[in-house]
Design a protein around this ligand. Sequence first.
Ligand code: GDP
Ligand code: FO1
Ligand code: CA
Length: 323
Amino acid sequence: MHITALAGGVGGARFLRGLRRHLDQRDDGPHELTIVGNTGDDISLFGLRVCPDLDTLLYTLGGGVHEGQGWGRADESFAVQDELQAYGATPQWFRLGDRDFGTHVARSQWLAQGQTLSQVTARLAARWGLPDQGVRLLPMTDVPVETHVVIERDGQEQAIHFQEWWVRHQAAIPARRFVVAGLDRAAAAPGVLDALRSADVVLLPPSNPVVSIGVILGVPGVRDALRGTTAPVVGVSPIIGGAPVRGHADACLAVLDLEPSAAAVAGLYADFLDGWLVDDADADDPLPRGSRATSAHMPILMRDIDHAAKIAGGALDLALGLA
Ligand code: GDP
Ligand code: FO1
Ligand code: CA
């Protein structure tokens, strides 16, 4: 079976690590998993290209992630960042660890040599053993894109990088809108559209519907490929009982004038969604009015890898029942 998934960072990575475990447990493989990762969070810092969501996927699936945080490396130290701070180099509100720096240096070197982000990501993924797991990690596009947040400052509109809004300001500054710089000119990376069209199942993990999945859906051709694919498209709600489990997805939905609810998120996917897995807490109101999707419910809080595997199995069973 060939499964294609769109993914942001922590929510996507934890779900897909669970899916990998579930596929091993099914024992009817081999199965192929193609992950299309969000690159809207990407930022250039200290002359290096940093791709937080791709790195979270690499580290989580590769067994090197800081489990408590959900992003960054386990056993991390911050000697380089501390040296930069001593020099007065900025920003300091975004702190890169020493091990993590290695990823950014390698990526930036290979990009500077003329390799595409797809090629670079494949090289990084090889080190983390993803191909051996039957996992292919694709950036959504090879064109540099960056999500910016338009805020109001001193009566004027101003755009700041998504990371500055999310990390430095904890999404607490009211945002007027998101602008993904470069997205309209971006082409889907090689293999992305084909992976959506030729998949047996397409899964949307419980990733941020606005700044993770929403950004990937904005890559020209992606939304059409999802509408047109013969594969069932099944999503898992990132909202449980009216609240995001972690992070500030509620602040992102508010920018679109949406309440944080499982049904509101399903509404963002209405034109292509076939199945929607929500928490038991949302069983009474899983879908917006008029939705043609089929819903199911179970506890969808990813407490640990085993439970993430159960949730992934639930999403896959829902999809296979619709195929
Ligand atoms: P990010 O890029 O690191 O913000 O990660 P994603 O975009 O992949 O996922 C973030 C979203 O995952 C958050 O908005 C949460 O709502 C959702 N999320 C995190 N943990 C869980 C969980 O255990 N269960 C569910 N259903 N959603 C979760
Ligand atoms: N999140 C923080 O809250 N503070 C940080 O200093 C920080 C550093 C960082 C470094 C590398 C990386 O891959 C991720 C990092 N994150 C940090 C998390 C991350 O930027 C955001 O949570 C996501 O981009 C939002 O999806
Ligand atoms: Ca992200």
